[in-house]
Design a protein around this ligand. Structure first.
Ligand SMILES: Cc1cc2nc3c(=O)[nH]c(=O)nc-3n(C[C@H](O)[C@H](O)[C@H](O)COP(=O)(O)OP(=O)(O)OC[C@H]3O[C@@H](n4cnc5c(N)ncnc54)[C@H](O)[C@@H]3O)c2cc1C
Length: 442
């Protein structure tokens, strides 16, 4: 049967650049649109802005449902801070609407170039997980469009099982057409920020224990040399700052194409890290930052992932319980150095005890580390295989949104509720990730 004209074939790559390949895509224009009949054997997968670093947003041999044209705000309760919007609305669009009105996102990942559907389907977390949990904790209702044409409104009280499966559900339970969620009051667009220098992982742990009064915290460290010095950054919205603020355009600078593979070398990254630490000679630096600089520093450079070259980069992100997390982190970073593949970027966040919203949500009480490596192919994959053993021993798990090679056993051990989840998967929805970790297991 010929492919209907609506479907196009294009090269799709996730944010980290790998794995990229040709994909059939189909644009969904409005939340009220119906889905086309799947062709024999065809599967669908929603696709937001492709800011995932893995094949959770890819469906080779299937069709991606591109959602960013579903971009309407549907309702806003300014008194109670509740918003309803189509699932293709981006966090950036929401910020443009909300922040001049004194409201902010309930929580946010490190980029605003993410759709609401993508934020729910990966149940994303931010610098405030220890206080506010993940994005899904704030969703009150959503609508799912299933491949059989049914529209199902879900909330914790109605269709609760499907709701729990859809939060962090990796796009597999159907197309989220719209969602409603609670917002957070924003007293001003500015944050009071404190940056604390630390000399080692052990010192970082002590600094992070004093986070009590801080709503947003994150640590960056130099993974190229033990004992891993770095900066611990914490912020609170300032109550008394002047309210007037115009959001800057994202991506004032854009990397136009893939840089040559030799550009980013370990010695260059090491030198950059040293300079960054030299830039803060004081043990503690206090200041004020606007919310864009604080939450989304990387959005200021468009396509920065292309600096890694054609093969892109791989991020290894694990979560582990407090009692094992520091030892695990130390072993991972030391193993990377001993293998002559030091980490290029290491970011740490504390995960709080808020119950995760979804059956497959990534956060667990403890610590998460997101560690970037240039993709060198086989040597990097072998290194990640060694990390996997360590994460298992530490009773941790890996983040599907960031891992295009997670072995099936790692997924099943880390997410024991996957069988319960799979009962809610739409029979005509699938992804490269899902087929890899679950295959045809009933
Ligand atoms: C620079 C950077 C920083 C990041 N920082 C963080 C962070 O701090 N914390 C964090 O948790 N993540 C972080 N991420 C990851 C990112 O937030 C997630 O991968 C997010 O889900 C991407 O959203 P997207 O709209 O691009 O969705 P895509 O990547 O296109 O898709 C992600 C998943 O959502 C599903 N999906 C998309 N739309 C819908 C829909 N309408 N209905 C059903 N399913 C849908 C897709 O099928 C897929 O499974 C970061 C990514 C980058 C590039």
């Amino acid at each position: 049967m010929p492919t209907p004209p609506l479907r196009q074939t294009e090269i799709v790559r996730p944010w980290n650049g790998w794995p990229a390949g040709p994909q059939k895509t189909l644009r969904v224009w409005r939340s009220a649109d119906s889905l086309p009949q799947p062709l024999p054997g065809e599967t669908f997968l929603p696709f937001g802005l492709g800011r995932s670093l893995s094949d959770v947003c890819l469906n080779p041999d299937g069709t991606l449902l591109r959602t960013p044209a579903m971009d309407r705000l549907l309702a806003f309760d300014e008194t109670h801070g509740v918003i309803r919007c189509e699932a293709g609305v981006t966090l950036r669009q929401l910020l443009e609407f909300l922040t001049p009105r004194g409201w902010f996102l309930p929580t946010t990942p490190g980029t605003s170039q993410v759709t609401v559907g993508g934020a729910i389907a990966n149940d994303v977390h931010g610098k405030d997980h220890h206080r506010n949990g993940s994005f899904g904790c704030h969703v009150t209702r959503l609508e799912l469009l299933r491949s059989d044409g049914r529209r199902i409104e879900c909330s914790p009280d109605t269709q609760g099982g499907l709701f729990l499966a859809t939060i962090g559900g990796l796009g597999l339970t159907g197309l989220i057409t719209w969602a409603e969620f609670r917002l957070k009051r924003m007293p001003s667009p500015w944050l009071n920020v404190e940056s604390v220098r630390f000399g080692s992982l052990e010192e970082w742990r002590r600094v992070a224990q004093e986070d009590g009064a801080w709503e947003y915290t994150v640590a960056w460290l130099d993974g190229t040399r033990a004992p891993f010095p770095g900066l611990h950054i914490r912020g609170n919205f300032a109550a008394s700052a002047p309210a007037s603020y115009r959001m800057r355009r994202d991506a004032a600078l854009t990397v136009p194409c893939d840089a040559p593979g030799w550009l980013l070398q370990p010695w260059l990254i090491g030198a950059f890290n040293r300079l960054k630490l030299l830039g803060q000679p004081a043990a503690v630096k206090k200041g004020r930052q606007d919310f864009q600089s604080f939450f989304y520093p990387l959005d200021q450079i468009g396509n920065w992932s292309r600096l890694y070259g054609r093969r892109g980069y791989l991020q290894y992100q694990f979560a582990a319980p407090h009692e094992h997390a520091m030892g695990l982190l130390q072993r991972v970073l030391e193993t990377a150095i001993a293998s002559r593949q030091p980490a290029y970027l290491v970011v740490l966040k504390t995960l709080g005890s808020a119950a995760s919203a979804g059956l497959l949500s990534f956060p667990m009480p403890g610590l998460t580390a997101a560690i970037d490596f240039p993709n060198l192919g086989k040597p990097t994959l072998e290194l990640f295989g060694r990390f996997d053993e360590m994460v298992r021993d530490a009773k941790g798990r890996l983040y599907p949104a960031k891992d295009p090679r997670m072995p099936a056993a790692m997924f099943r051990d880390g997410y024991p509720e996957w069988r319960e989840f799979s009962r809610h998967v739409d029979p005509a929805f699938s992804s490269g990730f899902w087929r890899r970790v679950v295959g045809n297991t009933p």
